[in-house]
Write a protein that binds this ligand. Structure first.
Ligand code: ZN
Length: 204
């Protein structure tokens, strides 16, 4: 069953999610929740879905970046993004440690802001300590696109959306992203988008 995904403006997306107890993680209800989230993620399709996005303010997210999602990118684009397939997995009650400054820029989207995209600076490398769907502790070391996904999903668990971190001048509809920026190297898009005339008078 596909669950409706909450879109920007829903209060639940701005709520701090509650951690789960080990008993809750292993419960039938949570297993059901994970199954629904997996189906919803694949149906969307997306590479990550946090429980608040389906109206459940719990610290749980599912992640999966399938090889078939990456076929629209060239080898060079995948290499630039350090994007590789990531198997389906669940993160519960995650803590995240950024190993570098958020200075890697790429366009990013969110299932809760359908039809839009923006450049979001993210850390290249992170360490996440969390529990898996069995309630067992897991330590994840991630870099590149996977690190970006983790930062995005864990932000959701704190009521934060990419629009809180984006370079606001880069915010655009997906149509315009495809038209103007998709085929351009990110540095070129960045310099075009962030350039503005600081000395010019108001042009009203
Ligand atoms: Zn999102």
């Amino acid at each position: 069953m596909r669950i409706k995904i909450a879109t920007v403006g829903e209060i639940v997306l701005r709520t701090r999610a509650r951690p789960l107890t080990t008993e809750e993680i292993r419960s039938t209800a949570t297993r059901g929740l994970i199954e629904h989230m997996k189906e919803t993620l694949r149906d969307a399709p997306g590479v990550g879905l946090a429980a608040p996005q389906i109206g459940t303010p719990l610290q749980l997210a599912v992640i999966e970046d399938r090889a078939e999602y990456q076929t629209s990118f060239s080898e060079a684009e995948l290499a630039e993004r350090e994007r590789r397939p990531i198997p389906f997995h669940v993160i519960v009650n995650p803590g995240i440690h950024l190993l570098s400054q958020p200075e890697v820029n790429f366009f990013e989207g969110c299932l809760s802001l359908p039809g839009f995209s923006a450049i979001v600076p993210r850390s290249r490398q992170v360490v996440v300590k969390c529990l898996n769907e069995e309630g067992a502790p897991v330590r994840i070391e991630a870099e590149g696109w996977y690190a970006r996904i983790l930062q995005h999903e864990i932000d959701h668990l704190h009521g934060t959306l990419y629009i809180d971190r984006m370079l606001s001048r880069s915010f655009c509809s997906l149509d315009h992203y495809n038209r103007y920026w998709k085929a351009k190297p990110i540095q070129e898009s960045l310099s075009e988008l962030t350039h503005h005339d600081e000395h010019g008078g108001p042009d009203i």
